[in-house]
Write a protein that binds this ligand. Structure first.
Ligand SMILES: [Zn+2]
Length: 315
């Protein structure tokens, strides 16, 4: 069942807090109960490339021949610990030299602090560098080198070439980023595409137009493999990107039309039921998505950001 939408609100503040504390979970934050036998599975779809599901989150790593690139660090300290152990086991203890964070939602990267201190270079959306810099300044561990990506960059790491890119504005969040492994044509998309799950539009900074724009760019990469943070990895990248695109475009059209009509929120859910928003999302999750965006969307489909840590919402 599709359940990605309701369980994980944005908690960027938590990431900043955790980093500032220099430990996996500071005292004021309730410590999640660690399962006795953490469930995770690891797959190796091509030589030197692995992904695994640690808890609820997919994390990936690539042995470049000269060290390892890790993509996303898991939701908890336990997930991060399991991830590091699997990286070491599968790559025969090659050093982690690069870490890329597809975005800063807690289920994707609250495990990051468990990697500190690190000699790895960190790649994030350039808009997130201020959050990290503030956190590192308050923390107790030696800060790593952070590279903020604007638009897109080419990275040659070891014997491997990657493209790392970001949306032109907000999309699923204010801080999304993708990594494209050129040799295998595999794209790591965070929550921009969530195969078999409903896309989550309830982040206060989510932006339908921006999200559609980055999906169109992802589609143009010609990716074959697609690894999301949530949901199931797939070898049908284009089809999955297309499904999400259709859903977001339908939602944008519906909400823009209702805004122009100045329709009251109370009518949205009922009218949504008669819309062709595809089989992609259960009706109740689409209703949550619609209500989340409706309060911030303008007549032209532009969305006013909610509470991005990068700055106040425009008036
Ligand atoms: Zn997310």
């Amino acid at each position: 069942m599709n359940r990605s939408l309701s369980s994980r609100p944005a908690r960027l503040a938590l990431l900043a807090f955790v980093l500032a504390g220099g430990s996996a979970f500071a005292a004021e934050v309730p410590k999640p109960k660690a399962p006795e036998a953490p469930p995770f599975e690891v797959a190796q779809p091509s030589p030197n490339l692995w992904y695994g599901r640690f808890g609820i989150t997919n994390c990936s790593w690539i042995d470049t021949g000269d060290g390892v690139l890790v993509i996303d660090t898991g939701a908890t300290a336990l997930d991060a610990k399991n991830l590091k152990a699997e990286v070491a086991r599968t790559t025969k203890n090659k050093p982690i030299r690069w870490i890329a964070m597809t975005h800063l939602h807690s289920d994707s990267n609250d495990g990051f602090s468990s990697f500190l201190p690190t000699d790895a270079t960190i790649f994030v959306n350039a808009r997130a560098t201020g959050i990290l810099a503030t956190s590192f300044a308050q923390g107790k561990t030696k800060p790593p080198t952070v590279i903020g990506v604007s638009d897109r960059i080419a990275l040659v790491a070891g014997k491997r070439a990657f493209e790392i890119g970001i949306p032109s504005g907000n999309a699923h969040t204010a801080y999304d980023m993708y990594v494209f492994d050129i040799p295998t044509r595999t794209v790591f998309v965070g929550d921009l595409v969530t195969p078999d799950r409903c896309p989550m539009l309830s982040d206060p900074d989510s932006d339908l137009k921006g999200w559609i724009g980055i999906l169109e760019r992802l589609d143009s990469l010609g990716a074959q493999g697609l690894v999301p943070t949530r949901g199931n990895p797939t070898t049908a990248a284009s089809a999955e990107i297309g499904k999400t695109l259709r859903y977001l475009k339908s939602m944008l059209g519906f909400l823009t039309e209702k805004k122009k009509q100045n329709a009251p929120e109370a009518r949205l859910t009922g009218e949504l039921a008669s819309e062709k928003l595809g089989d992609y999302c259960p009706r109740e999750l689409s209703a949550i998505n619609a209500l989340s965006v409706y309060r911030r969307i303008l007549n032209d489909g532009t969305t006013v950001p909610g509470n991005a840590a990068s700055g106040p919402a425009p008036k």
